[in-house]
Design a protein around this ligand. Structure first.
Ligand code: NAP
Length: 460
């Protein structure tokens, strides 16, 4: 039985590693999901057959509770996936915190000599990371969901980082002789710390923070693995923790921000209004005019952004792509690594609309072609095409790599208003000579463009 347990742990670990590897590519991503689910099933079955497990009813109850929460969670719209993910981390953190607390009191009750310094350290790390991930992730999910009583804007006050550090210092003092009350105090402080950590961060930075919390949840699982003496938990937690960390690093790089800037920088604070007196002219184009120019183009690049996700315009965009392709126009998509609100956001939406992966081109590759592009069609993107990122040192997005829409011959930009995007700043691309705005909801405007093109196709 023991051997089967060990073998299952190896098998499940291998499946988790393959799951992550396959998820790197849209072509194998589904296989990755199946591998992950199979790995988890193997892990549950291996636990089921452990000789120490006498009351299998608890496992059945846990599976039932998991389904009860998991099924509704799986049905949220794609735009709500970041907060959905935060909720999953919250549950993971809570589980780690509760298991750690239970183990501590079990050992304390049975024989406190079992609380060796090593175990005590693992327990305290597990409980701190678990509980702070729990409240931190709930706050993050609340901010993203725009829950009324949670402020979206960063809440800062003088000495905030000092207060946070002081709470952290209070928490970080493991000692076996402290007894149960001190242990409970550690858990409670960790819960408070989770809230304090997230309050100063603006709602817009939450996807990156959620990814950092993912890393914490993974580390909590590693500590839990040491506490429960489970190798599988240690490896699965390490995979979870490191992938969360790598993802946060990728996101920070793509936004040209540092970890400390995300965690302590209060990005997304209300920006001062644009300079008064400066005349900015937004030129508009009609759908008919835009359709005509698109028909005459040889190379068209579509640049999707968060607005395409909000409008759920991906299927209409696919129809537009089909119309262009039908005319022999070379149409491609420019994919910015942080377009939208989560990594891979655009890839997922465009894959949902069955757009061939071969026409989804990464930023660096497409930028080389932009000067030869006749029309760049910006669909609900803003910051990721803002040229100020290249030179304006005072801009919050300075240094962020962008898609060079401004280097195309003509730019059409679809958005609903003159409002800024995520970074809260104006975009000079929209006042440029070569840019023409198509104001309106992305789904409606792209739908109109498709209608125009479909209507005129008989004439060619
Ligand atoms: P963005 O800068 O937020 O701009 C999106 C634009 O879409 C807005 O200007 C908005 O203008 C427009 N829009 C919203 N709803 C629309 C609708 N229904 N129809 C048409 N347009 C609509 O988005 P982005 O260019 O994709 O850039 C992403 C930003 O998010 C970057 O600053 C990035 O750093 C940040 N971010 C991304 C991630 C990630 O992982 N992807 C994570 C954290 C932060 P109107 O209101 O006028 O319509």
């Amino acid at each position: 039985m023991h051997l089967i347990g060990e073998l299952s742990a190896v098998l499940a670990t291998a499946l988790f590693i393959f799951a992550l590897y396959w998820m790197n590519d849209p072509k194998t991503a589904r296989r990755g999901v199946i591998a992950g689910v199979t790995g988890m099933t193997v892990a549950v079955l291996a636990t089921w057959i452990q000789p120490e497990i006498v009351h299998h009813g608890w496992i059945v109850a846990a599976i039932a509770a998991g389904f009860l929460v998991g099924v509704p969670l799986s049905q949220v719209p794609l735009t709500a996936v970041p907060q959905r993910t935060a909720l999953s981390h919250a549950f993971g953190g809570l589980a780690a915190g509760l298991v750690g607390t239970a183990e501590y009191f079990l050992w304390l009750g049975e024989n406190s000599a079992q609380l060796t310094p090593f175990r005590m350290s693992a327990l305290v790390i597990e409980v701190i990371l678990g509980f702070l991930t729990f409240t931190g992730s709930l706050m993050a999910a609340g901010k993203l969901q725009e829950v009324k009583w949670i402020p979206q804007r960063p809440v800062t006050y003088p000495g905030q980082n000092l207060v946070n550090l002081a709470v952290l210092a209070l928490v970080l003092h493991p000692h076996a002789a402290w007894g149960g009350q001190a242990f409970i105090a550690i858990g409670a402080l960790a819960l408070v710390f989770g809230v304090l950590l997230i309050i100063p961060i603006g709602g817009a930075d939450m996807p990156t923070v959620i990814s950092i919390l993912n890393a914490y949840a993974g580390l909590a699982a590693v500590a839990m693995g040491f506490v429960l003496n489970s190798k599988l938990l240690v490896t699965a937690g390490a995979l979870d923790g490191s992938s969360g960390l790598i993802l946060s690093i990728i996101m920070c790089r793509a936004m040209n921000r540092s970890f400390t800037n995300v965690l302590f920088g209060a990005f997304g604070k209300a920006q001062p209004a644009a300079l008064k007196g400066e005349q900015k002219e937004w030129k508009q184009e009609t759908v008919e005019g835009a359709a005509q120019l698109l028909e005459q183009a040889r190379n068209v690049v579509i640049i999707p952004g968060y607005g395409m996700a909000v409008a759920q315009a991906q299927h209409k965009v696919r129809e537009l792509y089909d119309q262009l392709k039908k005319r022999g126009i070379n149409a491609k998509f420019a994919i910015h690594p942080v377009a939208g609100r989560m990594p891979g956001h655009m890839n997922v939406l465009l894959a949902e609309a069955d757009i061939p992966y071969t026409d989804l081109v990464e930023m660096d590759e497409i930028n080389a072609e932009m000067p030869q592009v006749d029309v760049a069609l910006v669909v609900g993107a803003n910051d990721v095409v803002n040229p100020a990122a290249r030179y304006d040192k005072g801009s919050p997005i300075y240094g962020m790599p962008i898609i060079d829409a401004d280097r195309a011959r003509t730019v059409f930009a679809i958005k609903r208003s003159k409002n800024p995007g995520f970074a809260g700043i104006d975009n000079e691309l929209y006042f440029s000579d070569k840019t023409f705005m198509l104001f309106g909801d992305a789904k409606a405007v792209v739908g109109e463009l498709v209608k125009q093109l479909a209507g005129s196709s008989g004439m060619h």
